[in-house]
Design a protein around this ligand. Structure first.
Ligand code: SAM
Length: 267
């Protein structure tokens, strides 16, 4: 089907297959072709790129990715969408849909089997598991080159402007930018919040020890870094922090990523 993202085409598909958006799976479909085209035009994908899409929904974004990328592999959790996607994406021989929970996919294993040098993720993420999905991809060491994701605007701003465990994880492997904001009015059903497109560039491997340090450091956000990390290392925490010039009285979000990376070697 051409131009799946048009509202009339979305309505046609939903009516024909007697489907309604399932809130449980965070289904908010984009019903604006220009928005989808703008998202795809702004990503650096070409015929040598394999794109992994999480949650194709009715196929609106997948279709436009299919025109630009060499291959698109979509993971969809909702099997009710099988007949819809068979119809909407059936004519694309470079788009494959796998009906599986993306959180259960071994991304490294998948990417190792692909015959593409450049593999990225482009997705309009289901809001209920945005952080879990981002964390699993960032920590996967799977060879992804970038993640372009639509997420809630507030969450995007927090990731870019504030320090959270996830923002430190991102900083440790590369960079994050907000590429554009997307109004809630282009979705069906319309969510209560606006969205943003973020792009995470992945330049270096992830060190799993960072997760351990961050988990301990943010156990109690209002406590000092010293109190949160006390007892984590074999060596005395006070000595370590002093040796690394990290003030004992800082809150976990006041440390830099370099501070956290320096602490890793003591684990
Ligand atoms: N890509 C479509 C679009 O932009 O219109 C739909 C996006 S909708 C926000 C999120 C999609 O992710 C839904 O199709 C939903 O069923 C799917 N989804 C939710 N949880 C998932 C999971 N764990 N694994 C794979 N897909 C999931």
């Amino acid at each position: 089907m051409k131009n799946i993202a048009k509202k009339s085409n979305t309505m046609y598909l939903l009516n024909k297959y007697k489907l309604n958006a399932n809130k449980r799976y965070g289904q908010n479909f984009i019903v604006d072709l220009n928005t989808i085209k703008k998202i795809v035009e702004n990503t650096s994908i070409d015929k040598d790129t394999c794109v992994i899409e999480i949650g194709p929904g009715l196929g609106a974004l997948s279709e436009q990715l299919g025109y630009k990328a060499g291959k698109v592999i979509c993971y969809e959790i909702d099997e009710r969408l099988k007949p819809v996607l068979n119809e909407s994406l059936g004519e694309f021989d470079n788009i494959e849909v796998i009906y599986q929970d993306f959180l259960k996919v071994d991304l490294k294993k998948l990417i190792d089997t692909l015959d593409y040098d450049k593999v990225c993720v482009v997705a309009n993420l289901p809001y209920y598991i945005t952080s879990d999905l981002l964390e699993s991809m960032i920590t996967s060491n799977s060879g992804l080159s970038f993640i372009c994701a639509m997420i809630q605007k507030e969450v995007a701003e927090k990731l870019v402007h504030k320090h959270t465990p996830l923002s430190y994880m991102i900083e440790s492997i590369g960079s994050i930018d907000i590429k554009m904001n997307i109004s809630r009015h282009v979705f069906m059903p319309e969510p209560h919040v606006d969205s943003s497109i973020i792009e995470i560039q992945i330049n270096q491997p992830y060190d799993d020890k960072l997760t351990k340090i961050l988990k301990a450091s943010f156990t109690q956000k209002r406590k000092t870094i010293y109190n949160n990390l006390k007892g984590l290392f074999n060596e005395d925490t006070k000595n370590i922090l002093e040796k690394e010039n990290i003030l004992l009285t800082l809150r976990p979000e006041q440390l830099s990523i370099d501070d956290y990376m320096k602490l890793i070697k003591y684990l």
